[in-house]
Design a binder for this molecule. Structure first.
Ligand code: ADE
Length: 240
């Protein structure tokens, strides 16, 4: 086995979601996944994110992973040979529910997609860089292409982190209060209502009385009204 193949073969301790992310700038992602709820999710065995350096799979002396585009122009393109070695190696260890490529021309990432993907066991996410990847990778290996919005970032790492965060927080037990992911904005196509904490009066700026009333039904009704009002004002498209 080559060095890269020996690494990262351990399984997620408990059943949960495992995400393998393949990147040519893996250090961009390290600190993100070593902090916040993602670290807690990992420590509790709910989820595991393993980052793989694409260069480890290059067989070229200089560990080159990109090349000029056939036909000229277009800048450097990530080549199929190294990516194929990497994906095939990972596939020899586990079966992936999806092999995802982060790209601005993919399907727009939304809460519904997050809900669906969070039920996966194993996901592989390939981060693009430079002017993209050889189209044959997309045709023959990739099962899902995801965009996080209509703007172009310089690589797929931040989008991969965004998607991983959105999925992992949905796994039961990851958030302290299990209902809190269910009351997020976009679940039920409604934006979340405003929230307040102490003090109830800050320099005359008061918290709505109903929230201090202790009357659960009234509070829930108020929150629903506020959600609908907010959605109408800010994102009427969600209501159609
Ligand atoms: N890579 C570069 N820009 C991206 C975007 N908007 N979404 C997903 N991947 C990307």
């Amino acid at each position: 086995m080559m060095e890269a193949e020996k690494k990262n073969t351990e399984d997620t301790p408990n059943s949960g979601l495992r995400i393998d992310i393949v990147s040519c700038v893996p250090r961009l992602l390290d600190s993100f996944f070593d902090h916040s709820i993602l670290k807690r999710a990992k420590d509790a065995g709910h989820a595991e994110v393993v980052i793989h350096d694409l260069r480890d799979y290059s067989i070229q002396k200089q560990k080159q992973i990109d090349d000029y585009a056939f036909g000229g122009g277009a800048g450097m393109v990530l080549g199929i040979e190294t990516i194929a070695r990497c994906i095939r190696n990972l596939q020899s260890i586990r079966v992936y529910d999806d092999i995802i490529y982060m790209t601005p021309d993919g399907e727009r990432f939304q809460q519904k997609m997050a809900n669906r993907l969070s039920m996966s066991k194993n996901l592989l996410i390939l981060c693009g860089h430079y002017k993209g990847i050889d189209e044959r990778v997309r045709e023959h290996f990739i099962t899902k292409e995801i965009s996080i919005g209509d703007y172009v970032l310089s690589g797929g790492e931040l989008p991969a982190a965004v998607v991983s965060d959105a999925l992992i927080r949905l796994i039961p037990g990851v958030l302290n209060d299990e209902t809190s992911a269910l009351t997020d904005s976009f679940q039920d196509n409604l934006l979340a209502p405003p929230v307040y904490t102490r003090p109830a009066d800050f320099e005359g700026w008061k918290v709505p009385d109903v929230l201090l009333s202790g009357h659960e039904k009234k509070i829930n009704d108020w929150r629903m009204e506020q959600s609908i009002k907010r959605t109408q004002e800010r994102r009427p498209d969600l209501l159609h």
